[in-house]
Ligand binder design. Structure first.
Ligand code: ZN
Length: 144
């Protein structure tokens, strides 16, 4: 069985919010810097990227009732939704994890925010934590 390549680092923390208009002033008022707001139609979310130094926080607002974020908010309410890890090659990481028995959501990477390729691992694998894999074309040694 091929071993799973090491992840490059924590890419971002995803936080589900009901409304960016409500959440953004809280976070910027807390001292984080708003970098961008982008809509990801494939996931039915609007994503606000905030920076805490080099650490990235993504606020996720659903744009429709079928959005995974809308479903999460309905079940759990607002709060931490997932941890995203930078990987060198999303498909390679997915294949290695699948071979190791990890339950992946989908079999191929999907387009994410800011030109990234992303994939998700079912939260039962990490005992309640939804993990995202991010292949970021803008990644540096400093920022996975
Ligand atoms: Zn994410």
């Amino acid at each position: 069985m091929p071993s799973v390549p090491p992840v490059a680092g924590l890419h971002h923390i995803g936080i589900a919010v009901t409304s960016l208009d409500e959440a953004l002033p809280r976070w910027t008022g807390f001292g984080l810097v708003l970098q961008s707001i982008e809509e990801v139609p494939t996931e039915q979310v609007r994503v606000a990227v905030l920076l805490a130094g080099t650490t990235r926080i993504e606020l996720l607002e659903p744009t429709g009732p079928d959005s995974p974020i809308a479903q999460f908010l309905g079940k759990r309410g607002p709060g931490i939704h997932h941890l995203a890890f930078g990987v060198g090659d999303c498909q390679v990481q997915m294949d290695a994890l699948a071979a190791a028995g990890a339950p992946l959501l989908g079999s191929a990477p999907r387009p994410g925010a800011h030109d990234c390729k992303v994939a998700f691992v079912h939260p039962r694998h990490l005992l309640g934590v939804l993990a995202e894999l991010v292949e970021d074309p803008h990644a540096t040694d400093h920022n996975p």
